[in-house]
Each structure stands twice: as structure tokens, then as C-alpha cells.
Design a protein around this ligand. Sequence first.
Ligand SMILES: CC(C)(COP(=O)(O)OP(=O)(O)OC[C@H]1O[C@@H](n2cnc3c(N)ncnc32)[C@H](O)[C@@H]1OP(=O)(O)O)[C@@H](O)C(=O)NCCC(=O)NCCS
Length: 153
Amino acid sequence: MKETQIIRRANIKDIEQIINLANKEPYFKAEKEDETLCFWPKETLEQMTRTPDTSVFLVSETINNNQITGFVISQYWETGKKATFENAYLKPEHRRTGLYKQLGDAMIQELKKMGCQFICAFPETENSISTKSLSKNFGFAKGKTYHWMMKEL
Ligand SMILES: CC(C)(COP(=O)(O)OP(=O)(O)OC[C@H]1O[C@@H](n2cnc3c(N)ncnc32)[C@H](O)[C@@H]1OP(=O)(O)O)[C@@H](O)C(=O)NCCC(=O)NCCS
């Protein structure tokens, strides 16, 4: 049986563990030089922990041993009352256990408390697990299909 998980806001001390987990996850790695990196630099993650009004950055951890088992990250734009669901991750042994739903529901509750009225997510078309788990767990519906265009500044 899985140990009890607690869900809480991420803090700066968690960042090293989070980076180590993300580094092991193939999905977060850009395979070619011109591909967009799907994950964040350390400084950005640290900044998110200091800006709870614009970032909902939650972790799950195994009770009593401080081992992070997963995280979700969303960014909130207060003026537009809109959030983007940026990243979700669970350690492989915690997938398909219901923990993702708990983490995502907690994130949605936080966003609602902040006044958020709309959440968008942009799962890669190749990542069908991401698309399925967004619709099955949280009721995300597929919207229009857009091109991801980018320009470095
Ligand atoms: C995305 C992620 C957080 C989802 O968590 P999860 O615990 O695996 O997903 P859930 O158990 O909540 O899945 C919900 C549904 O998604 C689909 N799904 C999930 N994993 C699947 C798999 N390995 N194969 C096929 N379908 C799958 C199923 O429809 C599932 O419902 P079911 O179990 O009733 O069949 C997790 O898979 C993960 O960390 N992946 C690596 C990082 C990543 O891709 N992040 C997303 C983009 S940032």
C-alpha cells in the first residue's frame, strides 16, 4: 500500500528535489537543439515559490519522510482571471494511483480562491496521456487547435 501523501505549496528547499525528478523524466528533455524545453530553469522555479499570487506551485510528498512524489505548476493572470496549467509530474511509481487528481484538484481550488475563472492547458499532441488525464481527472475539454509559434527575445 502507498504511504499517505500530503499536498502543500512548494518552497525553495524543494527545488533541488524537483529538478532531480524532472531531469529523470524523458518528457521534460528537449531532444534536439531547436525544440522547446518543457521545463523551467532553477531560478524560475525558485521565483515561483516566492510569488504565490501569480504561481500555484504544489507538491505532493510522502508523509514523514519529505520525499516529493509529484508536483503541479500553474500561472495566474489576475487581470484576465485566467490561469495556464504549465506542468504536471508524478514519480512513475505514483502514477495511476489517483494522486494526480488530488494534486490537480488542490491546484484548481487554490486558483478559484484567487478569483480564477478559466484554466487553459496545452498538452503536446504527441502526449496522449497528458491529454487523457486532463480530460478524465479535471474535465478539460479540447478547444481549438493552434500552432505554437515562438521567438526568443
Ligand atoms: C501526466 C501525469 C502527471 C498523469 O498522472 P497519472 O497518474 O499517470 O494519470 P492518471 O492515472 O490520473 O490518468 C488518467 C487517465 O489518463 C490515461 N492514462 C494515464 N496513464 C496512462 C498510460 N500509461 N497509458 C495509457 N493511458 C494512460 C488513462 O485514460 C487514465 O485513466 P484510467 O486510469 O482510468 O484509464 C503522469 O503521467 C506524468 O508524470 N507523466 C510524465 C510527465 C508528463 O508527461 N507531464 C505532462 C506534461 S507537463
